[in-house]
Design a protein around this ligand. Sequence first.
Ligand SMILES: Nc1ncnc2c1ncn2[C@@H]1O[C@H](COP(=O)(O)OP(=O)(O)OP(=O)(O)O)[C@@H](O)[C@H]1O
Ligand SMILES: [Mg+2]
Length: 262
Amino acid sequence: MGKIIAITTPKGKAGKTTTAINLAIAFALSGKKTLLIDLDTAGSCAVSLGFSKDEVANKLFDDPKSEISLRRFILKTVIEKLYFIQIGRLPYLDTQKLGETITNELILKNILEPEKSKYESIILDCPPHITGTINAGLIAADSVLIPVVPGKLSIASVRRMIAHLNTIREQYNPELKIEGILLTMYEYNNNLSFTFKKELFRNYPKYTLNTSIPKSATVKEAAAKKKSLLIYHPNDKAAKAYFRLVDEISERKLLFNSKGKV
Ligand SMILES: Nc1ncnc2c1ncn2[C@@H]1O[C@H](COP(=O)(O)OP(=O)(O)OP(=O)(O)O)[C@@H](O)[C@H]1O
Ligand SMILES: [Mg+2]
């Protein structure tokens, strides 16, 4: 049964999309049949995988009353074992704010259910800000990977994310686990990055991953060329870190405490 990992954090520009794409590719290249789902309307995943945005604009939810089948819209990518779908806007959910009653919360879980057993991993790239779409992702997910960039407000954003995960766990998805907190855009030889990493490990020793993704100019270069990092430059330091991340995630035991809280 495929594990659904949501890549999410309330902070924008934290490396969610870069992590979702490259983690999905690294999983596929390691032999795991993988489905990458873009829950953001921006279309960045599509472009990095060589599709045009129009090509993936799908009619999934055009008629909310019709029976929704994901399968018709899943695209095979040029990477063996990697499949892709852009879902973008979920009906009724995209304007929902944190704290509002969640409506239509099972929509994603339900449409993923028949596909789950066909993949070994399913990666959800979530939009920034916690809205109904992210909640639907968290309700469908088995675990959450929280990317974080060194910076003053970043620990607070992790704290907010974890508090929100506890709410989702209490009300909707008691089995939801934390895959890990992933430090991205890490700058070696930079004092701020170093101090931040120490603080992250001190605050979240069980959840912070040993792998961090270094800051690398090649990431932006690949994006400018509309390519994914792992295909554009698999030997780049950030690309190698994504391969290490797959190893670490595959070996890791996921935790939450006996009260079901983190
Ligand atoms: N390891 C890295 N080194 C250098 N630049 C990076 C790295 N990871 C991501 N970036 C760049 O940082 C910016 C934000 O990354 P990304 O789009 O992955 O974040 P995001 O959290 O998905 O953003 P959003 O909140 O807009 O969805 C992009 O320009 C991306 O190319
Ligand atoms: Mg993004």
